[in-house]
Design a protein around this ligand. Structure first.
Ligand SMILES: [Zn+2]
Ligand SMILES: [Zn+2]
Length: 241
């Protein structure tokens, strides 16, 4: 099973978990054409799509996906104005799309937002967590972690001082997105003993530093760490211990 990143930023988010038999689309921020191309035009592999929240960088193409017959799981408000094939879901309940078993949980963004635990025999348990400024849960038996690392407070502060960012940006980020030290704390609160890969997502264009983020997360977790960007594709197949 591979994770292929179609887009990962505040402009658009789209990720694919896929093997030769099936695929799960995570987020609907890229067009169906892009998804189709990434799957070598085998759209029939798609068992469904999970969307975290209604912001356009995550949900812009929900209607397009639903119109194409793809089952989309998302918080209810994502479907406002869309009247068919929608599946508002509840936190803590279990859902199944092909071989993917999915449990949504609530996170803290500036609109209703879910994280997801995704179980598949090929990958083990995948945590998908984005667009939240904190997360105090401990998740048992994780094997792969896909987590937001949006900004570093010191880079943001420098950008505010030099006028690149407005002061109000800090207020918004503090209550909506995950700062590097928070990403570290969330990771270190988990039992990482069976975690095989950590993928950092949604890095801010201006307020992050890809190499530093990867190195710092690697230094605290001692796991392989990747920064998500378009066309990154990594093998998430669960390796025997
Ligand atoms: Zn976002
Ligand atoms: Zn958002």
């Amino acid at each position: 099973m591979r994770l292929t990143v179609l887009a990962s930023s505040s402009r658009a988010n789209g990720y694919l978990l896929h093997n030769q038999r099936e695929a799960l689309v995570i987020e609907a921020g890229v067009s169906l054409l892009q998804v189709t191309k990434a799957l070598n035009f085998r759209l029939g592999l798609v068992k469904g799509c999970v969307v975290t929240h209604r912001h356009r960088d995550h949900a812009r193409y929900v209607r397009q996906y639903a119109d194409a017959g793809i089952t989309v799981l998302a918080p209810g408000d994502v479907f406002e104005g869309i009247h068919h094939r929608y599946h508002p879901i509840l936190p803590g309940k279990g859902y199944k799309l092909g071989g993917f078993k999915i449990i949504p949980f609530e996170v803290t963004h500036d609109v209703p937002c879910f994280g997801y635990l995704i179980d598949h025999p090929d990958t083990g348990r995948v945590l998908f967590l984005t667009d939240t400024y904190l997360c105090e849960y401990q998740f048992p038996d994780l094997n792969q972690i896909i987590i937001e690392a949006n900004y570093a407070d010191d880079i943001l502060e420098e950008n505010i001082i030099s006028g690149i960012e407005h002061l109000s940006k800090r207020e918004r980020l503090l209550t909506s997105h995950m700062e590097l030290e928070t990403s570290k704390a969330v990771l270190m609160a988990q039992d990482l003993s069976d975690v095989q890969n950590i993928i950092l997502t949604h890095l801010s264009d201006r307020n992050s530093d890809e190499e530093r983020f990867v190195n710092e997360i690697n230094a605290v977790t001692r796991k392989p760490v990747y920064a998500a960007k378009a066309e990154l594709s990594i093998d998430l197949t669960l390796k025997p211990y």
